[in-house]
Structure formats: C-alpha cells, structure tokens
Design a protein around this ligand. Sequence first.
Ligand code: AHR
Length: 501
Amino acid sequence: MTINTTLTLRADAPIGTISPRLYGHFAEHLERCCYDGLWVGLNNKDIPNIGGWRTDVVNALKAMPVPLLRWPGGCYADHYHWRDGIGPADKRPQRLGMSCGLQVEDDNGIGTHEFLELCRLIGAEPYLAGNMGSGSVQEMCDWVEYCNATIDTTITRERAANGAPNPFNVKLWGVGNENWGCGGSYDAESYANEYRRYATMLRHVDPTAELVICGHNDEWNEAVIRTNRNHFGLMDHFSIHRYWLQGGAEVDFSEAQYYALLGEAHDTELFIEQTAAYLREYAPKDAKFVGIALDEWGVWHPEARPWGPDKELQRVPLSYEQANTMRDALSIGIALEVFHRQCNILTLANLAQIVNVLHAPIMTQGEAMWITPTYYALQLHTPHIGATALPVDVANGSTIPGGKSEASTQAVSATASTGANGTAVTLINRHFDQSASVTLVTSGVSGVVKAQMLSAESPRLQNSVAQPDTVGLSDLAVHADGSNQWRIELPPHSMATITFN
Ligand code: AHR
C-alpha cells in the first residue's frame, strides 16, 4: 500500500520568523555530557582538542549547527557556584555537583570563560542558568556583572585579569531551573514572589538581560503567571520542559509504541498553546510580550530514567545515556514542525542534551565519535533557520494513530519556509510501514537546488561506535510534475528536505 497525498505550500500566509534560538541545545554537567563528551581537558594528549574542547565534537557541532547553548544545567544549575569556575584552573575547587540524583566530582575545569569560549568556537549564543536553589540574589547579580558590566568595578577587573577585558554580553539568564522540584521544591506562589526579587535586582545590574522564569505543569504555570500578573515587565521568557515518555523500549518498541511516541511529540504543541493561553489571560493591557522557552525537550527513554512509565526497563546501574533510533529522529522533525507553527510565541528551545546524555545528536566513546539519526534530522532543517515559516496544507492523506490533536494523525506532514536562500520544505512520512507518494504544490519557485532524505530499513535502526553509518542521509529524487508541482516518493518512517530557488 502506498499513501497518496498532496501538500500545498502557502506562500500567501507567512506565519513568522523562525528564530535561530528555536534550534538551541543544552549542555549539563550530567554524566558524560560536558566532561568527556565535550571537554577532555587542557592537558589531554590523547584526544585532539581546542583548549580542552574535543576537536571532532566542535567540528560536528559547527556543521549541525548550534545557534544557542544552555549551561550548566538543568538541576545542576541550582548547585552551581560560578566563582568556583573562574581563575587559574589548578586553583579551582573540587566540588560535589548534583543533577538528577547523581553526584559528580567536578574539578571546575569548565567554568564561565571556557564555556563562553566553546560558544564562540561553535557560533552559539550562550544561555546561562543561574542558581536559585543554593545560591543567592547577590551571587547571581555578581555573575551577570562579571559577564556583562562595562563599568570599572572590582568584579570587571577580575574578569579582565582572567583574560576577558571586554564584556561577554550574555543576554539570556535562567532564574533557577525546575524550582518546583530539584531547584528548591518551591510552591508556585513562593517561587513567583522570589523570582520577582531576583528579576528586579538582576535588571538593575543589566537592564538588557533577558530573564527566563521557571514553569512546570499547567497548574504551576497558571499560578506563577497569575501571581506575577502585574509584573510582566520582569519576565522575558517563560520556561517549560517536555520530555516524551510513552514510547516503550528505546529500540524494541512495538508499532503502537512507535506511534505513541510520535503522537506525544506532536502534542507538545498543545502544552505550548496552553501556556500561551495563560500568558494571554493574565497579561495586563499593553503588557510586554513574554515568550515561551521550551528549554528542555526530547525523548527520555525508560532505560535511562528511574521514574515514569515502563520502569522495569531501567538499565542497572542507571545511566542517562540512551539509544537514538530513526524513530527518535522523526520525533525531532515533528517537534520542529510544531516550533515553526508556534514561532510567534515560542521564543527559544533547547534539545536535551547535546552530547552522550538523553536525546543526543552526538555520541563519544574514548577517541571515537559518531553522530546519531537525530543529528541528521536537525541538519536537514538548517535551511529553515532564520527564514519565514509558511503553512503547508495537507489533502487526501492517510491517517495514523496519533496523539490528542487531530493534526497528529496525518501520516504525511511537512513544514516550509522562505528566506534569503530560497524556499525549503521538510516532509515527514510518519507511517510505520507504508511508503508515500507526495504531490508538492509550490508557488514562485523555479527549480530544485538540493534534496536529501533521512531513512532507514527499520525505525528501530541506529548508529553505533562499531557501525556509525547505519542511518544517514541520501539524495532524493524530485520529479517536476507540471508547473510549480513536484512528485516525491518517501519510504516509510522517513524525512526529507527539498530546497528550491
Ligand atoms: O535533562 C536532565 C534533567 O531533566 C535536568 O537536569 C532537569 O532540569 C530535568 O528534570
């Protein structure tokens, strides 16, 4: 059976700009993400590195790309004291770091300067998460001053003495992380009140800093926004996290679980819309716009967590590293369709996490590095970054078991954009085992510049250190089918991007 469907690009109905910040990533001091995955140390002679950062990983990140990078947590942020990570490396303290119930020994080899240098190397905007759990307002104010102040103070002299006479000008600052849980077990009202104190003082230090307030579930979000309804000016982005948990085993999932995970990914849109509805409901007349920051998202398989559904699958001992199959790559594409549709209210997003941990595009083992299907899924979307999102109408498509929203049941879906480099469309055939014959109707394009596809024999396939090229990109045939009409054949569970001039 082949699905026959027609997709029409709506160049007449632009949605908005796809901010590069929607393609952000997240690096936490959790297991082998930062230490080992990204950072191998200044004196490492075995693994080629640039000032301690793995050269192979840096090059792969540059090519992905990574427009935004959040650090140092996550839960880790609410134990992190930034002063531990400045000054001569051999004088830095060895601390107990903590995230997700896991204690780590942190020699603070990666500190503010090192992290911001990584951002410079890969072309990412930094996003720093401050410590509200075990820190203080003054500590966070000092961090902002250290990074951004232009006036002559003891703190800015210290920055200069540590090698950075000019301010780093870090715009994005998280005021705590998951403060309903690991970041202090606050209730919503107490957090909202405490947030205001932080935000007021931080604004005094740097009025241009963009502050991210911590959200959670609908109940918390409504209460935090309601409590701060007269203080929209103190909030720039409202943080929510969404991990997809319903997909069963990481590799040996059933067909029903395959669809459950994709449906869950699609329904992230409902969570974004609900959060936006609370922001609209409580916004005073003429209130400053507050965006939504989905600053942790992705698949979290049961093998890699001690909580949530399918606990019996948890790996022992527990590790936050997990498989990354073609199914996981499709979930990335589905989420990016959502981000493009919601680009007027979603202001940033960070996939969790960037190397080795959770839904990682890149894996390392000793000297070896390989890239996952998720990496290719992200790379396929590069033409959309910074472009204008366009809606895509779907007609005559088959349906599949989806999530809660009706749109999640479409077997074939797509997102499109138009920008300085032409028009791009990314298509997904979500069907488990049926191929799709797609008629794509465009307007105002003259020809195909590039067409690439991500596919695999089975949605359960992944890459590994021994077989790094099992899942990868291939060229896609696009046949002209009349004026501004194209025919594309998509295998089951596949994704493709076509760029037109
Ligand atoms: O990404 C792993 C953890 O998940 C983060 O530390 C925390 O914010 C979330 O619960």
